[in-house]
Ligand binder design. Structure first.
Ligand code: ZN
Length: 150
């Protein structure tokens, strides 16, 4: 009886936690065909911490078809991507301490997951933001808009 009550409480607590997290997090999937599953991510400006959970749904290794997600001002994407390529896999294809990078996740391979969080209040409503994969050659296909919403 007590055990059942505890399970009920755990379920209740678990579901409300998931609900709260849903508003300030998103699952982003990347696959072996060099694609993200969404073209736009909406970030509520009320999120002190917004989390992107990145999941590689493919099977290829990270040195062959690795994926990450990098958040930048749209106007910075090409330059950040070029510097990231030079930085190499050891640096997750992101130039160390690149001040143009708002947030980035590590490069992962097939079957792996990772996440990256950032403070939404750092984003401006008048700026255009892009999320992209900085693995060499991926950014052209693997990019989308990150939009701040009320
Ligand atoms: Zn990629």
């Amino acid at each position: 009886m007590l055990r059942n009550a505890l399970i009920a409480i755990a379920l209740l607590f678990g579901s409300s936690t998931v609900f709260a997290a849903e508003n300030c997090s998103v699952e982003l999937q990347a696959n072996d065909a060099m694609q993200f599953n969404v073209k736009e991510i909406e970030v509520s400006r009320s999120c002190t911490e917004f989390t992107i959970n990145l999941k590689h749904t493919g099977q290829l290794a990270k040195n062959v078809m690795g994926h990450n997600v990098v958040i930048v001002k749209s106007s910075d994407m090409n330059a950040v991507n070029a510097d990231g390529m030079k930085a190499g896999l050891d640096n997750n294809y992101v130039k160390p301490n690149d001040e143009r990078v708002i947030a980035h996740a590590d490069v992962i391979g097939g079957g792996e997951t990772t996440s990256v969080s950032f403070d939404a209040s750092k984003l401006s409503e008048t700026e255009s933001y892009t999320f992209f994969c900085s693995f060499p050659g991926h950014a052209t296909l693997m990019n989308g808009r990150l939009k701040l919403v009320p």
